[in-house]
Design a protein around this ligand. Sequence first.
Ligand code: VGL
Ligand code: ZN
Length: 248
Amino acid sequence: MISPCWLSALTFLLLLDLTCARQIALLIIDVQNCFLPGGSLAVTEGDKVIPVINNIRSEYKADISLVALSQDWHCSDHISFASQHKGAGPIIQLLYDKSGSLCDENNNCTEVAYNLTQHLWPDHCVINTSSANFSLSLTQEPSDIVIRKGYNCKVDSYSAFYDNGGFRYTELHDKLQEAGIDALIITGLARDYCVYYTAMDAKKLGYETYVVLDATRPVTKATGDSAVADMKIKGIQIIESPDVATVI
Ligand code: VGL
Ligand code: ZN
């Protein structure tokens, strides 16, 4: 027979464990038709991340408190589209005033406060088009949170937390805070852009940040490799999907 004293000690330890347990969220970045093979900004082998992500969801269902999907969601004449800057590119500079408003086509502004480097992309992930839909192969649940980004026509938004100028933030950080999340497992597309910028912001915001390498693919190998090197320097943990078991 277990003594009442031991029983209360065990209950105390159990409660301590429950209160100290980390709350983990899974972030699924931009797994949309536009970034998959056949899409307008197709990432090589982008579809290969889907079974890996679905597997993480099902295997660690009990340990993942929240799942958030980001969705690149652009105006049809978005500033990041090469079609809007005939003859320019592949990289341009965009000037903004201190309120985050874009200076006019001649870059006239009362005061230039920000000079952002903008990579020009093919038209992609346009609002309310099938290109912007999540892949049908991706597991989704009604409780998942969807974070749309990039719908300000004049500024791009790689990170699921902030736009590229840091002018506006999405609802992601607030939702994670409300749920008491302290660790993030980041997956999706593309490793060198939206995954990278989301992970960098996550780390800056104080989350314990993991990027699951085999659940991501880069637009190019070179930028993918430098993104990984930079994430490691910043203390973001780069893991492979079997390692999720050890961090959870
Ligand atoms: C992305 C380029 C442009 C991404 C989004 O999801 O990584 N890349 N828009
Ligand atoms: Zn985009």
